[in-house]
Design a protein around this ligand. Structure first.
Ligand code: C5P
Length: 230
């Protein structure tokens, strides 16, 4: 049984207000996506990575990543789920339907070895698979369009969904195809699995595994990487 990683990186990162897609911004002298690749490929169980990139991506070819495991490029799709599905089709050419796939955001370069290992170890014998998550600590409000609070959402069982999200190749592919066909809103792989009737398992990870979304997140990411080194 093998483990593969998929990095959806075909988004344009509008929220950063930057010309460059966020995964190509520099963090400690290296493009963010290289930090992300380093972390996934450093795990002995991960056999290789498929990266989904925009057709208009002119940055990747300048990075010249050198790894002793295969890093394959595929074209991304309109939404994240289409990008992931394209990567899964590429994997299906040589991987088994029962193999594990870890889908991880390009813009989460602070994934620690211990979180990745905990996810892999915890889910190794799981029927379904699951994802890294962090329990919500703030009080949560649901609002109307005018920003007026409608109610307070019980936070006891609420989690932030992080990545990697780890599922078996065959079931994940079917779940994504089904969700796209039904035009369901899927912002992560777990939601596609949920729509297909599965109950993904949450594995508590560290809050430092942030997704770089706003410019100030670069400062935070720098801090978390430095902390992991020391
Ligand atoms: O926009 P957001 O941060 O939620 O995107 C999550 C990930 O999905 C990013 O790494 C982005 O590059 C990727 N993505 C993609 N294909 C799209 C849209 C987003 O691979 N069409």
């Amino acid at each position: 049984l093998s483990y593969w990683a998929v990095i959806p990186a075909a988004g344009i990162g509008r929220r950063m207000g930057s010309e460059i897609p966020k995964q190509y911004l520099e963090l400690r002298g290296r493009a963010i996506i290289l930090h992300t690749l380093d972390r996934l490929l450093a795990h002995p169980s991960v056999n290789g990575v498929v990266v989904a990139l925009s057709r208009h991506d002119g940055w990747w070819e300048h990075l010249e990543p050198h790894y002793d495991k295969p890093v394959t490029r595929v074209e991304g799709g309109i939404e994240r789920c289409h990008s992931v599905l394209n990567a899964l089709h590429e994997l299906a050419l040589h991987a088994d339907d029962a193999d594990w796939v870890l889908v991880h955001d390009a813009a989460r370069p602070c994934l620690s070895h211990s979180d990745l290992d905990k996810l892999i170890q915890t889910l190794a014998d799981d029927e379904v698979g699951g994802l890294l998550g962090v329990p919500v600590r703030d009080t949560m409000k649901r609002a109307e369009a005018n920003d007026r609070v409608v109610d307070t959402v019980e936070r006891e069982n609420l989690w932030h969904a992080l990545t990697p999200q780890m599922f078996r190749l065959g079931p994940l592919r079917h779940a994504l195809e089904q969700a796209i066909e039904a035009e369901q809103l899927v912002t992560d792989e777990a939601s596609a699995m949920e729509h297909a009737g599965y109950q993904p398992r949450l594995v508590e990870g560290s809050a430092g595994n942030i997704k770089i979304t706003r410019a100030e997140d670069l400062v935070l990411a720098d801090f978390y990487l430095q902390q992991q080194e020391s």
